[in-house]
Write a protein of this length. Sequence first.
Length: 384
Amino acid sequence: MVQQRSKLNPLADLVDMAIYVYHQFSDVPLDMKVQQVLDGTHLVNHFDQAPKVIESRPTESGVQLIWSLPPGLDTKDFDSRRLAIEQQTGTIVKIELGKNGAVVVMTLYRAKFPKEIPFNFNLKDYPDMMAPLPIGKDPAGKLIVVDLAEVYHILCGGATGYGKTSELFVFVVSLLLAGCKVSAIDKKAIDFPLLEDYINVAQDEESALKILKSHLKEKEIRAAQLREAKVQKIQKLKGKMRYQVLIMDEATGIENEESHGIIKTLVREARAGGIGLIITTQKPSANTWKGFTDVRSNLSGRICYYCNGDANDSQVILGKGNSRGAELPAIAGRCVWKWQTEEVLQSMFLDAEKAIQILEANNVPKRGASKSEITEQRKNRIPT
Ligand SMILES: Nc1ncnc2c1ncn2[C@@H]1O[C@H](COP(=O)(O)OP(=O)(O)OP(=O)(O)O)[C@@H](O)[C@H]1O
Ligand SMILES: [Mg+2]
């Protein structure tokens, strides 16, 4: 294409070269570069009105730009230019709607992620969360922590060997430190059995079904307790009811149809009673098991690790039209976190050995501990 054009107009090559040199070597401020991308991709509404920068706030790792939002445009219009902005500016970009609407907040991070971030989580910083989950650090080094009691259920996907199980270990430790009850289904039976002193682990179809049935029963017991207390959400019973989490590592490997049915019911009905599901899989496509697409649509939080540059896989994990997972570099722990906003994070790395060390150092009660031991631990839950 370029060759063809240069034959017709050699001047065009010179212009391209001049633009390239200008971008590479001139000290154009980030906001101007972004403006050029938006102008170049003709981001305007039907009245030909373009967004304008109304505030530019320098940050330690880049800049935050506040854009006016002309009528008819929305954050998706900015999202569709995000990759171009990232490539033109050499930054990582987060785009979100301003708190009061009508503006778009665009954060550009110049900083690079460290290669490996060790587990470091202080529960005391999140006193209001029932089930805190540290998803990962943003490029500025800020740890993003969400409450599973607010997110409800999470789907985590991505190619083999890029950090799904490590992330689950981070979650297990954080949840146990916070006094939640955690169980896991791990049909591969390699990783989670190592944590069996602390959590109930199913390694085969039969015990997976057993765990799922016990969660179904627990859901019904909890629904009755909520009715009795005349409240709709477990948050209202904070301190009285323990948050419970069921983790399924490579959930597509669960074969039993009865289990599939229970998973479907749990993702539909269990959240109010304080039961959250976290499901990982390499490929969460429709042809895994019947009904899996229904399950997937009820998993509101999404974590997408590197997916071999496959835009289709990224869309299955992050939603229709979202190829961001395919744009990730092939780096273990690098992921896209999508819930109320969307951002690129580096998750903390944790293996079973270190997880056990942390649990031991914090006197987290082992399985089968007495009620008084659990109460004592919850009173003194200060992670080291
Ligand atoms: N957050 C991280 N930071 C740095 N390295 C990581 C991180 N998570 C995982 N790794 C590296 O990647 C390897 C594989 O991670 P993990 O077992 O979590 O992958 P996975 O996605 O669960 O793979 P599979 O789908 O095969 O189960 C780890 O042994 C570790 O070397
Ligand atoms: Mg794994």
